[in-house]
Write a protein that binds this ligand. Structure first.
Ligand code: NAD
Length: 381
């Protein structure tokens, strides 16, 4: 069996799907590993390190695409690469099947077997493969560091002979994986932190990190969706959150916003007037930008200055921490591979709920029911 590690081609991508340290367990099973030259260089892993780990370095990307049996990737291959996959090849990565299902048509038609890391069910057994959580952890951390870097103030309270500096006030919206990491990071830097989430269950986690949880009376509406996620709220319920956010923004130096509802555009929670209410020099980081953004002024991928407030809307923060983002992702991929590779051979059992949940398509047909529905809906419309 040949496993290929390609250099990612998406603009700004610096991560790599497997690092040299990941290869030992694979090579011990008799798997041949080929790495496209410079695949890991931005993540601190040069060709020599891969070669020393037992991989073969190749420069012919097309030949690797055409011969690899398994291709762990960060992002989906483009249509041209998909069309040259070996029939029956397995591709694993953040394939975005719910955002752009037809962008995978060429791979499905080969037919390739596609596993999407976004679709790995969030059950205890699959926690070690939860790449969404790994990347959200990195993004939550980096968002605070980016904000601290832009803020013309210090984060910690300082008592000096020249006077006392008050701590920065940070407001985190959405206390899921990224939000909790943002709270922990801001607290470590000495900020006073407030946080808001529609899920009441988030309150205890927020408080355990030393931050204040802001509650909104949703008038009895349940905000809990399945699997620990939030449900989509009515406009009226969203408005109650928006009012709280506008009020809190006025005394916040930094807002980190992370609110998402799976499979839906990000909820618009921050009104333009909330940004206007922030003091000049304040910073807002909209981590929901890839899903459209939580702030109505957000332009995904664009950095803006609005009345002296810096609004950041990064699309790929984990790529700004490539070493550790790749390390975490590689471990998630390695744990996933253990489900489909037994004694060096591919063995895909789609009766396993983790594999069935993560599988976009197998033998030319969609597997995950949400993806199947999307592919069908777009095709017949
Ligand atoms: P996410 O990225 O979908 O959303 C981020 C946060 O935004 C969530 O906490 C959500 O409640 C919040 N949000 C959504 N709409 C909002 C609104 N209108 N106003 C305010 N906040 C809003 O979520 P996530 O970070 O991926 O994880 C969410 C939950 O899933 C957490 O409870 C987490 O602990 C749980 N989780 C479980 C597992 C597992 O069991 N393996 C793994 C990861 C996460």
């Amino acid at each position: 069996m040949l496993l290929g590690i390609l250099k990612e081609t998406a603009a700004g991508e610096t991560r790599v799907a497997l690092l040299p340290e990941s290869l030992k367990a694979l090579i011990a099973q008799g798997i041949a590993v080929c790495v496209e030259s410079d695949a890991g260089v931005a993540a601190g892993a040069g060709d020599q390190a891969y070669a020393e780990a037992g991989a073969t370095i190749v420069t012919d990307r097309s030949a690797l695409l055409a011969t690899a049996d398994v291709l762990p990737m960060v992002n989906a291959p483009d249509a041209g690469a998909q069309a040259s996959l070996k029939p029956g090849a397995v591709v694993i990565g953040f394939l975005k099947p719910l955002d752009a299902p037809h962008a995978l048509d060429a791979a499905i038609a080969r037919p390739a077997t596609l596993f999407s890391m976004e679709l790995v069910p969030r059950i205890s057994r699959a926690q070690s493969m939860d790449a969404l959580s790994s990347m959200a952890t990195v993004a939550g951390y980096k968002a605070v560091i980016a904000a601290a870097d832009r803020l013309p103030r210090l984060f910690p309270m300082l008592m000096t002979a020249a006077g006392t500096i008050p701590p920065a006030r940070v407001f985190v919206i959405g206390a899921g994986v990224a939000g909790l990491q943002a709270i922990a990071t801001a607290r470590r830097l000495g900020a006073v932190v407030e946080a808001y989430d529609v899920r009441a269950a988030a309150g205890e986690q927020v408080r355990s990190l030393g931050a204040k949880f802001l509650d909104v009376d949703l008038g009895g509406i349940s905000a809990e969706g399945g699997g620990g996620y939030a449900a989509e709220l009515t406009e009226e319920a969203l408005d109650r959150g928006r009012d709280l956010i506008t009020k809190t923004a006025a005394h916040s130096d930094v807002i980190i916003t992370t609110a998402q509802v799976p499979g839906r555009p990000a909820p618009r929670l921050i009104r333009g007037e909330a940004v206007e209410a922030m003091r000049p020099g304040s910073v807002l980081v909209d981590l929901a930008a890839p899903a459209g953004g939580n702030c109505e002024l957000t332009q995904p991928g664009v950095e803006q200055q609005i009345n002296g407030v810096t609004l950041l809307a990064p699309l790929n923060l984990p790529a700004e921490v490539p070493v550790h983002a790749s390390q975490l992702y590689a471990r998630n991929i390695l744990n996933f591979l253990a489900l489909i590779v037994k004694k060096g051979e591919l063995s895909i059992d789609l009766s396993d709920e983790v594999l069935a949940g993560a599988c976009v398509a197998h033998n030319g047909s969609p597997v995950n029911p949400r993806v199947a529905k999307l592919l069908e809906a777009v095709t017949t419309s």
